[in-house]
Ligand binder design. Structure first.
Ligand SMILES: NC(=O)C1=CN([C@@H]2O[C@H](COP(=O)(O)OP(=O)(O)OC[C@H]3O[C@@H](n4cnc5c(N)ncnc54)[C@H](O)[C@@H]3O)[C@@H](O)[C@H]2O)C=CC1
Ligand SMILES: O=C(O)C(=O)[C@H](O)COP(=O)(O)O
Length: 390
């Protein structure tokens, strides 16, 4: 059996080699030719599964994407051809939420505000949005959810309109799929009118898909902010319209910019790979299942002892010890600015940074020890592993 995998899928080569012959290729440039005689295809978000890719897929029975988003896969086409399809919903929700928290805490330090005083608007209350809400609950930060689809499905949480978010929220963060059809399309959900309706000084974060935000409208709004006109907006983008190409006029206007790595924790990638692997084993009727946690190394700083009840600066230190968005932002700007807009070098640099991504961890990789009254419960709710000491 031949199994073709994206080379940017940690742990996949070792796991899938147990089941067949593994061929590993860059996901973005896979072609129809690569699928000749291939039985199973394991991908990430950069491989478009469409008619063109499947043109020579004479043996393909299984496609697995180790990602939450599925917009790169024509699932109806796979169903038509009788090819089994599986994804990894929720695999990287923790990484994305921790990306948002890092961005907000660093911005708080830079701009002189406390996250605890802010109201956060979460658009899209699925796996990522709900996990972020759980983290904000742990910290006691106010938030409003917007998700008309969940509201219509009878989800018992309290949902708010976009207008309410725009009027009340200091931060708006998008966690929807990219959709162009239906009653609630998300393509350019954040457009000129959306931006114009935000509170002055608002922060916008997009770690969903690039085209959820109209990048040209955002650029105009940020340019206006810079010359003292408009709303004084701040924007953080992990995803871009037309990536792996990046608008070099937009880049300097962003507070933080990263190459689609918000969900790139090692835990999240291991979950994505194992979810697909476990599903493939079930599909084959092979009695094997792998726990993502069993694949993970110990974190560089696995244990921290608190000397007292945590406060905001301590929370900052603890969370940034795990993930500081400035690390990715700095490298990304250097890499992008060394290339020409629209060039193949820019695309290569974008993908290289993702392929060679560092071993970023999630909060759970650190055990925080302290006395029971040090506020360990909130840290546990935020995702840290905690150890109570008498
Ligand atoms: N930057 C990154 O590294 C990552 C990006 N993503 C992106 O984030 C998206 C969300 O991820 P998950 O939460 O795991 O997906 P999910 O499918 O669990 O949740 C998406 C939510 O968005 C809601 N939604 C759809 N259209 C909406 C609209 N017009 N307005 C408000 N809400 C709407 C849905 O009802 C659903 O509850 C993914 O589809 C993917 O595109 C996901 C993981 C990592
Ligand atoms: O899961 C998703 O959806 C994502 O956006 C991925 O985290 C992006 O990573 P790649 O699949 O492009 O490596």
């Amino acid at each position: 059996m031949k199994i073709l995998i994206d080379e940017n899928m940690p742990y996949a080569e070792a796991l899938f080699s147990d089941l067949g012959e593994v061929i590993s290729k860059p996901g973005r440039t896979m072609t129809a030719e690569d699928l000749v005689d291939v039985d199973a295809l394991m991908i990430r978000s950069v491989t478009k599964v469409n008619e063109a890719l499947l043109a020579k897929a004479n043996k393909l029975k299984f496609v697995g994407t180790a990602t939450a988003g599925q917009d790169h896969v024509n699932d109806a086409l796979l169903a038509d051809r009788g090819i089994f399809f599986t994804a990894a919903p929720g695999c990287n929700k923790v990484g994305v939420a921790e990306y948002v928290l890092s961005s907000l805490m660093v911005l708080g330090q830079q701009q002189g505000f406390s996250l605890f005083d802010k109201t956060v608007g979460i658009i899209g209350a699925g796996n990522v949005g709900s996990y972020l809400a759980k983290c904000l609950d742990a910290l006691g930060v106010r938030y409003l959810l917007n998700d008309p689809l969940k509201a219509e499905q009878g989800d018992p949480r309290s949902f708010h309109s976009i207008e309410e978010l725009q009027a009340q929220c200091d931060v708006i963060t998008t966690h929807t799929p990219i959709t162009r059809e239906g009653r609630y399309p998300t393509h350019h959900l954040v457009d000129e009118a959306f931006l114009a309706a935000l509170k002055p000084g608002a922060i916008l974060i997009n770690a969903a898909r690039g085209p959820v935000v109209d990048n040209q409208a955002l650029k105009r709004a940020l340019q206006a902010s810079q010359i003292g006109e408009g709303k004084h907006l701040t924007a953080v983008l992990d995803v871009f319209e037309h990536e792996p190409q990046v608008d070099l006029d937009l880049l300097p206007l962003l507070a933080f910019a990263t190459p689609h790595v918000a969900g790139y924790g090692l835990e999240g990638k291991a979950r994505g790979t194992t979810m697909v692997y476990n599903s493939f084993c079930e599909f084959l009727g092979v009695d094997k299942q792998v726990e993502a946690a069993s694949l993970l190394p110990t974190a560089p700083v696995p244990y921290v002892t608190l000397s007292g009840k945590w406060d905001e600066p301590t929370l900052f230190s603890l969370t940034q010890l795990v993930y500081d968005v400035r690390r990715d932002d700095g490298l990304f700007r250097r890499e992008m600015c060394a290339t020409q807009a629209g060039s193949p070098e820019m695309a290569s640099a974008f993908d290289r940074m993702r392929k060679n991504y560092w071993d970023r961890r999630e909060y759970s990789a650190i055990t925080v020890a302290g006395e029971p009254h040090f506020g360990l419960e909130s840290l546990a709710d935020l995702g840290f592993t905690v150890e109570e000491r008498p």
